[in-house]
Design a protein around this ligand. Structure first.
Ligand code: C2E
Ligand code: MG
Ligand code: MG
Length: 592
């Protein structure tokens, strides 16, 4: 758990007890809760620094057995970012400058005590921001490579390892291990028991690994093991058998012995591919075949299983004609402003209705369209349609409603992106500040320098920029300062376990703190319950979006609910109903 407590801790390095008492009395006026501790030797300072994190160090310049320069060095070795203020009894300008060069935040004289409070105020503010940023960065880093529950590498880290393995000579194997009927465990014993079991399974599997093998948790009850070296398919099977032997002994849960089994799929490298996605996909497909064969067994990848690929080809082909055959349409999901309890924007979400495949969800076809390049035409259509729609609603209703549009990786890389946006705005007559462009964190981070340049040029056109699915990417939070961002959308995965999950809550808190410092609006995505909403509102989240308020709606349904026909101009009620009304508003049909 990250430390989110608000107590301010100030370490005073001073040999005079009286001076120290004066300082703490002065500072307590503004920070009545603050905790102070006085030290006057290097040893005492070291132990204070090891005991806990400090928000600020105030140090006298020279003491009988210690001085500010050594105090500063000691601090920097242990708590790099804690601000350090020299508060000196002697008036010595040269020493002051020297301290600043060494990295002190400020140099003050005890003869001039009224400067102390404002400087401390400033440094504490900076220190809090830095701490929030560090915490969020650490959390984001952990989340991006390791599975939080088991501490094992996640899919992303595994992918790196597989790529490294593929570059080396010889054969290896990628396995997919899925626990049989795990849903039942969760259903009958609860998720906490399920989680504890997953940890045990991970730990047991790990004892079976060879020196270079890598075990990862892919999701839920699904693990994957990269077997670094295998002789052939038979050897891969033997090694997988060995992994499965961990299920021979029962797992202990609340004094009960539970027998579990698993199904394993296995793809060989380089025989079945060198590409991470293909290998993992192959392993997953063969695991699915193992389940079909009655579970508790191992299947080696069979290229004939790859009929899934032809479905993909068919989709790809059909996608080609989707725009011209007018098979695409948009639905809109409102985003509510917590303060005014009104919807201030709508996110445009694409849908594809194909005569044979039915309604294909965007998660299935957007990545495909992105890879094949179809996304450029599709994205252009979405952008223009969304701008037109927003403009139409503005004409029909009274208050302007912002529209937000998702941009995929390929769209964002497109050299003509600015021109496309400009055209859509010109054509529709929508003012640029009513268009919000959503780019996922992962896309923004792929090539951060290029992203910054592109975002800046878009920003100059007056549109607003949102970072979508925030928290799921390789977040380098230091880039956030450099991205010209207006909005940060916290990914649904951090909302879904609220209010019970402490880690999600601390991530939400650090993101809110950071965003506030950078003057970025925070949106929580995927708010599904009243408790989640209340908690997020209490934490200072400014906007909310989710099924709790409304599912994505067809154009007609959206207009009916939110846009008053001209003539019925009740300026209070024209645009959108209050959130409280939306709470009770069950039964809003999802479009499509
Ligand atoms: P996204 O941009 O993060 O959009 C939010 C997704 O979460 C939408 O799924 C929305 O229906 C869903 N959602 C909203 N509230 C809740 C909730 O309370 N609970 C749950 N479980 N889900 C909620 P959808 O429409 O299926 O879109 C999925 C993704 O596809 C989007 O994620 C976006 O990345 C992409 N996408 C959708 N439309 C477009 C588009 O026009 N262009 C591009 N490039 N991508 C799009
Ligand atoms: Mg989005
Ligand atoms: Mg999102």
């Amino acid at each position: 758990m990250t430390d989110t407590s608000e107590t301010t801790r100030i370490l005073i390095v001073d040999d005079s007890e009286d001076d120290s008492r004066l300082i703490s009395r002065e500072l307590s006026r503004e920070n009545p809760e603050a905790v102070f501790r006085r030290v006057d030797t290097e040893q005492a300072m070291l132990s204070a620094l090891r005991d806990q994190d400090w928000d600020l160090v105030i140090s006298d310049h020279s003491m009988p057995s210690f001085d500010s320069v050594r105090a500063l060095k000691t601090l920097r070795e242990i708590q790099r970012s804690t601000p350090f203020i020299v508060y000196s009894g002697a008036y010595d300008h040269a020493k002051g400058v020297a301290a600043m060069i060494e990295g002190a935040e400020d140099y003050l004289y005890k003869s001039d005590p009224q400067r102390l409070l404002p400087v401390v105020r400033r440094e504490l503010r900076n220190s809090r921001l830095r701490r929030a940023k560090d915490q969020a960065e650490r959390a984001a880093h952990r989340m991006s490579l390791y599975d939080e529950l088991t501490g094992l590498p996640n899919r992303r880290l595994l992918a790196h390892k597989i790529a490294a393995r593929a570059a080396a000579p010889g054969a290896g194997a990628v396995t997919c291990i899925d626990i049989d009927r795990f849903m039942r465990i969760n259903d009958s014993f609860g998720v906490a028991t399920g989680d504890a079991l997953l940890k045990q399974i991970g730990a047991r599997l790990q004892t079976m690994l060879g020196l270079y093998d890598v075990l990862a948790r892919l999701s839920g009850d699904r693990f994957s093991c990269l077997l670094w070296a295998v002789a052939d398919a038979a050897d891969a099977r033997d090694q997988a058998e060995r992994l499965l032997s961990v299920f021979a002994t029962p797992f202990q849960q609340n004094g009960q012995g539970l027998f579990l089994t698993a199904s394993v799929g296995c793809a060989l490298l380089p025989d079945h591919g060198n590409d991470t996605d293909i290998l993992l996909h192959g392993a997953e497909q063969s695991m699915a075949a193992a389940k079909k064969n009655g579970r508790n067994c191992i299947e080696i990848y069979d290229p004939k299983l790859a009929h899934g690929a032809s479905k993909r080809l068919q989709l790809e082909n059909a996608l080609h004609y989707a725009v011209e055959r007018e098979e695409l349409f948009l639905v809109f999901q409102p985003m509510y402003e917590v303060s005014s309890q009104r919807a201030s924007a709508a996110e445009a979400l694409i849908r594809w209705r194909h005569e044979r495949f039915g309604v294909v969800p965007p998660d299935q076809f957007i990545p495909l369209a992105d890879e094949t390049g179809h996304i450029i035409d599709i994205g252009d259509w979405v952008l223009r349609r969304a701008c037109q729609q927003a403009r139409e609603w503005q004409r029909a209703g009274h208050e302007p409603l912002a529209v937000s549009v998702n941009f995929s990786a390929a769209q964002f890389r497109d050299a003509h992106i600015q021109q496309r946006v400009r055209n859509a705005l010109d054509e529709s007559g929508l003012s640029p500040e009513l268009l919000e462009m959503e780019i996922t964190e992962t896309v923004a981070m792929q090539d951060a320098e290029h992203a910054i340049a592109t975002l800046r040029s878009l920003k100059r056109m007056g549109v607003r920029i949102a970072i979508d699915d925030f928290g799921t990417g390789y977040s380098s939070l230091s880039y956030l300062r450099r991205f010209p961002i207006d909005v940060l959308k916290i990914d649904r995965s951090f909302i879904k376990d609220l209010p019970d999950d402490g880690d999600s809550l601390s991530i939400v808190r650090t993101v809110v703190a950071l965003a506030r410092a950078l003057r970025i609006i925070v949106v929580a995505e995927g708010v599904e319950t009243a408790e989640q909403f209340q908690l997020l509102a209490d934490e200072g989240v400014e906007r909310v979006q989710g099924y709790h308020f409304s599912r994505p709606l067809s154009v007609e349904a959206f207009a009916q609910k939110f846009i008053a026909p001209p003539g019925q101009a009740d300026p209070e009620a024209t645009l959108l109903g209050p959130v409280t009304e939306a709470f009770g508003g069950a039964g809003i049909a999802a479009a499509a």
